[in-house]
Design a protein. Sequence first.
Lengths: 189, 359
Amino acid sequence: MQLTNRAKVLEKKPMTLAERAYLPAIFQGLSITMRHFFMKKATVRYPEEVRPFSGFFRGLHVLKRDEQGRERCTACGLCAVACPAEAITMVAGERKKGEEGLYREEKYAISYEINMLRCIFCGLCEEACPKAAIYLQPDKMAPPRYERDEFVYGKDRLVESVSPDERSVKGIQLTSEQADKLRSRIVQA
Amino acid sequence: MIELPALGWQSIVIFVVFALSLLIATYCTYAERVIAAFLQDRVGPDRAGPYGLLQPLADAVKMFTKEEFFPGGANKVLFVVGPCLAMITALMSSAVIPFGNTMSFGNNLFFLQGIEVNIGMLWIFGVVSLGVYGVMIGGWASNNKFSLLGAVRAASQNISYELAMGMSLIAVLMISGTLSLREITLQQSVAGEWQVWNIVKQPLGFIIFLVCAFAETNRTPFDLPECETELVGGYHTEYSSMKLGLYLFSEYVNIFVVSAVMSVLYFGGFNFPFQYELRDWFINSQGWELASAQNLITLLGTVGLFLKIFAFIFFFMWIRWTLPRFRYDQLMRLGWTILIPLAVFNIVLTGALILFGVI
């Protein structure tokens, strides 16, 4: 039965002596592998050699502080709502008197947890945040760990450092000039 | 000077040869992995030590510390004898290979060779064909169908290819008229004509010998006895720990030996181009004595022989990572209907050429 007229009739030619002797084909194959012997290797020797991340890589989360070192997060819960993997939980609390230097808004997150095993690093929390508090850093990944509960990151590991020298802009370490600029602004306030 | 007992220096040479072939086999495992990686655009093991040079050591530690497993229903004695036999026969054959010419210290002459016998070639053939017993016994004692199939394959393959190998060798023996490997080597070192290596006189015989050498050492494309895709692991399916290590190791020792035999038979053994000119240059221009110049040439020749051996070992690995495996019927057809008639033709051709005085 013929369904289309695209079928080609192949003529089965008898093999030539060179083809039957195997050896020319073997030498051809050997030359191909020898060419690969001198080619550039595709391997990245990982711990010594790290492949660069793309500029908009979405890695480990960070809870940002503002220029005066106050936590930006106001525990509105929009990130938790936006999260498709339901990885974010938080408990909101009211700012007490005298804590104005710690939290920017009157409401803040007493606890804020991200389960890195649930998180799919889609970045929707970052898009949902009205206070620009949560960021996915482009240069850090959630490292492997031995225990499941170690993957639940609390505020101790999420909130960025107070010291400007350890601060970062979207995960990238501040340069010393940027850190000095930030420090002077904190002192003014 | 310490008076060595009779055969004293020979036992030293044999000990050194054993140690050397073990060392080379060890580093063959490393070389295999690195060459495989390079041919596949990877870098291979590079974690243990500089450039991964301690990798064989790590592998050995791994092998030694693995569980010693005896399958149920296995013949325990033969199960242990198998790998031992494979290793012993592989090592024994290196004893007759001339690794260098003579060294002279005062009046003492040293042959850089384990045993000089006038049946060296026969010895190698006898011992190598004993090697199949190691595989056969191991495969049978495992009480496993895959192992037995692998062993039967190994046995029939080795027997089939030994025929063609022996016949390609007969042509060499017809030219040289001796079975002693040292004599065959020395015949290839006529002063002033280093190009008289047997490869020039026996190109067809060399190709037949090379193909058979691949089959004899169970290397790709003829590694059907241990073909993973069909037989799990072939004859060493049930083996673990260092018993498996011995099998894998004996394969590399066999490669080393067969490379050495090919270098000696066809590529002039410890001879290298312009050796006499070099010796004369040392004597005439540098004012060296004949004995020390000769010793230097001998050492250089040993280095040269090892370079040839390493080139062959590289070729073995190069082939392994280039060619796929033959089917078993293709293997048998190649052996019986192509190589053996070719070998017979080679004998006739050589005889005719000798008769008409061409070689």
